[in-house]
Design a protein around this ligand. Structure first.
Ligand SMILES: C[S@@+](CC[C@H](N)C(=O)[O-])C[C@H]1O[C@@H](n2cnc3c(N)ncnc32)[C@H](O)[C@@H]1O
Length: 396
């Protein structure tokens, strides 16, 4: 979208037209014929940008409960923190007088924090900030926010007692995961901010390297946040916002597992009745041993994130995926194909750990569809590869 497009969408005329077209096309689906028809009805107006917005609103429903009334650019939506995660992250800022959100974007985090306290919302992109203002009105938190079009680096944080940063992670339109590519530069800003504000939260990619995190000054808490079974982001908590060394949090249950002192490695065992795969947040935060201990499981291999147990751990929601073992054998696709056919299994999901072949390559060789109640798990144990035909344990 161009600057003119966004200005038009945010104008009173634009808003009226958006409403009208949204009522006509409640599904947000625009065929070529529908687009042509609209262009004929409104020849002098920018219909393309309205269609783009309404299409974005449709996909934004996965992230925002009020998406139907919000404004987005494609990049702004992609970069935004979804409501559920933003709400959870904002909870840690309750109790502060005024939080500076130095990279407001289209307002994902700003809005959630502003539902709890005052916010100074900064963005270097004027249009994105204009969009955040409209979105703040949709969530009725506008009066709690002071918006400023500025570079984060030049902002006077004098009135704020906590800071949130969710930097852009794009270099020449390509996504990157490293903090050293972040805009604004977290590496440059962090020491300055922490010298007078002892409460900073920074969102980073869930794919950031741990080596990079280890090199960070000030030793932050590293919190990996998953929404159901998807790792969404890592939060780095500095100063008084830090509560532990490593934390895994799983939404929507808000189940959280943390440690300041990594526990002893749990023992390994041959496969028992079940294979247990901890949630990606637990795996990514290196809290597998802590989880295994709490859940009464053993590991199949010290370095592989599949656990095993004769009993299913008591858990709510998305802490782990459970698989009941039907057969467990050395890796051999030919034999496996035969067994699956003898068992009349025509659909099966495939997951693997410690095996270089990709699930899609294996699926092609087995000529089997995905889905159904069974899962094939491939794994390395010691220096050998194994395969398990399993039945998925229904989610509690
Ligand atoms: C990842 S997005 C923030 C998304 C936001 N947290 C949300 O949930 O909608 C990063 C934002 O940082 C802004 N930005 C980039 N460089 C900046 C700088 N130097 N100062 C302030 N904002 C900057 C970009 O315009 C972009 O809107």
């Amino acid at each position: 979208m161009t600057i003119e497009d966004i200005n038009f969408l945010l104008s009173e005329e634009g808003k009226k037209l958006i409403k009208k077209i949204q009522i006509q096309y409640p599904e947000g689906r625009f065929t070529t014929a529908a687009t042509l028809k609209l262009k004929n009805i409104y020849p002098n107006l920018n219909i393309r940008s309205i269609i783009e917005l309404l299409t974005l609103r449709k996909s934004a429903k996965l992230k925002f409960s009020k998406a139907d009334n919000m404004f987005f650019t494609k990049v702004g939506l992609e970069q935004s923190t979804g409501e559920r995660v933003a709400e959870y992250v904002a909870e840690r800022f309750s109790g502060f007088k005024k939080v500076a959100d130095l990279t407001s974007g289209i307002g994902g985090n700003t809005i959630a924090i502003a539902a709890r306290t005052k916010v100074l919302a900064i963005d270097s992109d004027r249009l994105t900030l204009d969009i955040a203002k409209e979105n703040a009105k949709v969530y009725s938190v506008y009066s709690n926010i002071e918006f400023m079009h500025k570079n984060a680096e030049d902002t006077d944080l004098g009135t704020c007692d906590a800071v949130y940063i969710d930097p852009s992670r794009r270099v020449k339109n390509k996504r990157t995961v490293s903090l050293s590519d972040s805009l604004p530069s977290v590496e440059q800003m962090l020491p300055k901010i922490l010298s007078h504000i002892d409460a900073v939260g920074i969102k980073v990619s869930p794919a950031i390297s741990y080596e990079e995190l280890e090199k960070l000054p000030y030793n932050p808490e590293v919190e990996v946040i998953a929404d159901e079974f998807e790792c969404k982001q890592i939060m780095l908590w500095f100063g008084i916002l830090k509560t532990t060394a490593f934390r895994a949090t799983i939404l929507p249950e808000k189940y959280t597992l943390e440690t300041s002192h990594p526990s002893k490695h749990v023992e390994t065992s041959t496969p028992k009745k079940y294979i247990i795969e901890p949630n990606c947040a637990i795996i990514r935060s290196h809290l597998i041993d802590e989880f295994a201990q709490q859940a009464g499981c053993k590991k199949l291999d010290p370095l592989i994130a599949y656990l095993t147990s004769d009993n299913l751990p008591v858990a709510v929601g998305h802490q782990y995926k459970g698989y009941e073992i039907i057969s467990f054998s050395r890796f051999n696709l030919k034999k496996l194909k035969k067994t699956l056919s003898e068992m009349n299994i025509s659909r099966i999901d495939i997951a693997k750990r410690g095996l270089s072949q990709k699930p899609d390559e294996i699926r092609k060789k087995l000529k089997i569809k995905e889905g159904g109640n069974f899962s094939l798990l491939f794994m390395r144990i010691g220096n050998r590869h194994y395969q398990a035909i399993t039945k998925k344990v229904p989610q509690s």
